[in-house]
Design a protein around this ligand. Structure first.
Ligand code: ADP
Ligand code: MG
Length: 240
């Protein structure tokens, strides 16, 4: 589903990604952990063209995103992304937020888009909130709307960038539960997270990034149980 080869990304003189190689198979859940500033967000953003790649290749379902002819909207509808800050439109209801993408980008008719939003709202546990404005929701509910909004585009891959980091601790569980359900349904996911419990339980593979490099990757039991790299060990000793 995703194939990244020798990906480099610089901002000016600052080389943030220093040669990333990564393969993600269909239905796989890959969790990315690592210290702040290590390039985790930049890596995710390169996977759906929110950042232009400096060099290297990023293939999504075999299509090279670095091809100048690539259709950005088409890529973004196949690769959904959920951010730490939910970026919902405050002047739109929950339903309007969710149906906007399908209507504007895919040309789906309003009635059809609203019909398709129903099961998504149910999936994130917010069927009763269709007609409220984001302001009246908790952070966890907003994040679940943001997930439903991404899913409305029918993505093949979902990228999550610290989706629970901005939430009060008691609201984290509901968001993680939605993500866990998605994983169970077979969604291909790349999840940047500080939730080591989630990475251990739901991740098929965990990637430890530091200073723009994948320092170590393995199954969660190995990464959390007996990491090979001293940097991984040091990081985990601080966060666990
Ligand atoms: P992480 O998500 O692991 O905390 P980031 O990918 O956000 O790391 O950032 C890695 C580095 O790239 C940081 O040094 C950050 O300042 C820099 N960076 C990220 N985005 C930009 C940008 N748009 N312009 C300039 N520098 C950036
Ligand atoms: Mg980040």
């Amino acid at each position: 589903m995703i194939s990244v080869r020798d990906l480099h990304k610089s901002f000016g003189d600052n080389e943030v990604l220093k040669g990333i190689d990564l393969e993600v198979s269909a239905q796989e859940v890959v969790c990315v952990i690592g210290p702040s500033g290590s390039g985790k967000s930049t890596l995710l953003r390169c996977l759906n063209l929110l950042e232009e790649v400096t060099s290297g290749d990023v293939f999504i379902e075999g299509k090279n995103l670095t091809d100048p002819k690539v259709d950005i909207n088409e890529v973004r509808s196949r690769v959904g992304m959920v951010f730490q800050h939910f970026n919902l439109f405050p002047h739109m209801t929950v339903l309007e937020n969710i149906t906007l993408g399908p209507k504007k980008i895919k040309g789906v008719k309003k009635a059809q888009a609203e019909k398709e939003a129903e099961p998504l709202l149910a999936k994130v546990g917010l069927s009763d909130k269709a007609n409220v404005y984001p302001d009246s929701l908790s952070g966890g509910q907003k994040q679940r709307v943001a997930i439903a909004r991404s899913l409305a585009m029918n993505p093949k891959i979902m990228l999550f960038d610290e989706p629970t980091s901005a939430l009060d601790p008691e609201l984290v569980g509901d968001v993680l539960a939605v993500m866990k359900d998605l994983a169970k349904e077979g969604m291909t996911m790349v999840v940047v997270t500080h939730e080591m419990g989630f990475a251990r339980e739901v991740g098929d593979r965990v990637i430890f990034m530091d200073e723009g490099i994948i320092m170590e990757e393995n199954v969660p039991a190995k990464i959390f149980g007996e990491p090979d790299n001293p940097r991984t060990r040091e990081f985990l000793s601080k966060v666990l």
